[in-house]
Every structure is written in C-alpha cells, then in structure tokens.
Design a protein around this ligand. Sequence first.
Ligand SMILES: CC(C)(COP(=O)(O)OP(=O)(O)OC[C@H]1O[C@@H](n2cnc3c(N)ncnc32)[C@H](O)[C@@H]1OP(=O)(O)O)[C@@H](O)C(=O)NCCC(=O)NCCS
Length: 136
Amino acid sequence: MQIRDLTSEDSNAAAVLWHQSGLTRPWNSAKDDLQRALDGETSTVLGAFHEEQLLATAMVGHDGHRGWVYYLAVDKGQRGTGLGRRMMAAAEGWLRENGAVKVQLMVRSGNAAAFGFYNHLGYEDADVSVRSKWLT
Ligand SMILES: CC(C)(COP(=O)(O)OP(=O)(O)OC[C@H]1O[C@@H](n2cnc3c(N)ncnc32)[C@H](O)[C@@H]1OP(=O)(O)O)[C@@H](O)C(=O)NCCC(=O)NCCS
C-alpha cells in the first residue's frame, strides 16, 4: 500500500470512490473540488494505492493555523482494516509538516458511522456552529 498525492489522472477513480462513499452531491462537481485542491499551494489530495488501484482518499488544506480534512473515503471492500485510520494519520502528518497546529473537519448530520469513527480517533465536538452561504 502506497500513499501519495493524487494527480489529475486519478480524478475519475476519486470521483467513483467518493460517489460510492456517499460524499458527492448532484449540485457540486467532485472533480472540480479535486482539481482545485491539487492546484492550491496549501492543499492536496492524498490517496492510498495498491497496485495503482485507488483504495482511499483524504483531501487536506490549511489556512496557516487550522488544517481541514475533506473527502475522507475508504473503498467499501477495504473498510474495517485500518485504512481510514492510516489516511487520517497521513492527513494529520501532512498538515503538521505544512505548519497547521490544529485539524478540523465537518461531518454531515446523520453520518453516525463517521461520528463514531472520528470520536474513536480522538476528535471532539468543537462547540461551534458552522454557518454557510452560497456565493454563486
Ligand atoms: C469513515 C471511514 C473512512 C472509516 O474507514 P475505515 O477504514 O473503515 O476505518 P478503520 O478500519 O481505519 O477504523 C479505525 C478505527 O476506528 C474504529 N471505528 C471505525 N468506525 C467506527 C464507528 N462507527 N464507531 C466507533 N469506532 C469506529 C475501528 O474499530 C478502528 O479501531 P482501532 O483502530 O482502534 O482498532 C469509512 O467508513 C468510509 O469511507 N465511510 C464513507 C465515507 C465517509 O462517511 N467519510 C467521512 C466523511 S466526514
């Protein structure tokens, strides 16, 4: 198993993985999200590969203080084998190396499995409420 940065050539495989993992929404282009993260100077998308097959991803980016993790996904056939934990360790490592001192992430309400997973890994309720507004 090798963990490396994705490239544009991995975008189809990532989009399939994200769709199958329930992370995509019809009004948002996952491939555009991926390309923006790859193009950014303070972001990337990490992927776990076995024989060039994409098995897991984690998008990471930071604002100089806080780091964020998005699109954490493990192939359904590989879940429960420690790959999610490895991807979070890789994401945290990338953020630490790039100067972030704190890591945050958002979990959609209703994703109880993800809440259980993150709680198990030591993530706590940040006691903040996120506000958002479309700019388009
Ligand atoms: C969430 C997800 C990434 C977890 O990946 P995974 O590879 O199955 O998790 P792991 O096998 O690495 O589990 C790591 C640890 O968390 C524990 N764990 C996993 N899910 C758990 C849950 N729902 N509740 C409590 N503990 C959980 C495991 O038992 C394991 O414990 P251990 O390492 O101490 O033995 C995976 O289920 C997934 O891709 N889900 C769909 C996409 C998604 O919802 N992503 C999160 C978006 S916010």
